[in-house]
Structures are given as structure tokens and as C-alpha cells.
Write a protein that binds this ligand. Structure first.
Ligand code: NI
Length: 140
């Protein structure tokens, strides 16, 4: 942290008690630490509304590897977006299903386009995009 500025926040007692319970369960050592993380998360999620903002995403997919060509199509999409698709992890869940985590990097708009292409493939049963803004500015 470069410079720290102290602020005062007024909260309803019941609301503060609930917040204290929550952050204790999560393992925070102080309210300041918890509040800093909340602010960062809020700023990060706000950045994700901008399609040009820099981000990374973990796209989780569950698919049946017996489904027609789905494994090959997942690979083809990654090769076609070599700048965005920077890594992947494959786990054989059972006889049929596989979990694939594909990491994408780039602008939010590009990431969403590639991720939606992956999720909409025939044979993909479940999927989720977990985007995190990488703007260096939302406070360290
Ligand atoms: Ni597999």
C-alpha cells in the first residue's frame, strides 16, 4: 500500500454484528482487511461491465467425452484463439464425464465471446465462466 487514508464508517449495530460474524467465519483478522477486499471485489466486478477491460477467466466445463467430437471442438476453439486461451486442465471425472478448466486472458468482450462459444458446444452439460478483472488499478 502506498498511502493509507483512514475513514470512519457508520453502521447499524445489527448490520455490523452480522458483518463481524461473516468475516470471523471467513477468517479475517480485522474489519479493515475485510472491507478492503469488499471494495476491491466491487471495483473488479464494476470493471467487468466494460467489454474493453483487461481480465482473466476460468471457464469450467463438464462434458461427456463420448459426445460427438466435443473434445476435438474444445481443442479447435482453443487453437483458434491462441492469444486468449493460455492454459487448460483436464480431469476424467468418471467413465463418461470430463471436467475441463480453460483459462482465458484478454478483453472482457473477447473472453465472453470465446467462453460462450465453448459453453454452447453440443455435448457440454454444465459450464461456468468465472471472470476476474486484472486492471492494475483497483488498489493493491
Ligand atoms: Ni476425460
Amino acid at each position: 500500500m502506498d498511502k493509507v487514508e483512514r475513514i470512519g464508517v457508520s453502521l447499524d449495530k445489527k448490520l455490523l454484528a452480522k458483518f463481524d460474524d461473516l468475516i470471523a467465519k471467513q477468517g479475517y483478522q480485522s474489519r479493515s482487511e475485510a472491507i478492503r477486499d469488499l471494495v476491491r471485489q466491487r471495483l473488479s466486478s464494476e470493471s467487468l461491465n466494460n467489454p474493453k477491460a483487461s481480465a482473466v477467466a476460468a471457464v469450467c466445463l463438464v462434458y461427456d467425452h463420448h459426445a460427438t467430437m466435443v473434445s476435438q471442438k474444445l481443442i479447435d476453439i482453443q487453437h483458434s484463439h491462441i492469444l486468449q486461451a493460455i492454459s487448460s486442465l483436464h480431469v476424467h471425472l468418471d467413465h463418461h464425464d470430463c471436467l475441463e478448466v480453460i483459462v482465458l486472458r484478454g478483453a472482457v468482450g473477447q473472453i465472453n465471446k470465446v467462453a460462450e462459444g465453448l459453453l454452447s458446444l453440443k455435448g457440454v452439460k454444465l459450464g461456468k465462466i468465472n471472470l476476474v478483472a486484472t486492471d492494475p488499478n483497483p488498489a493493491s
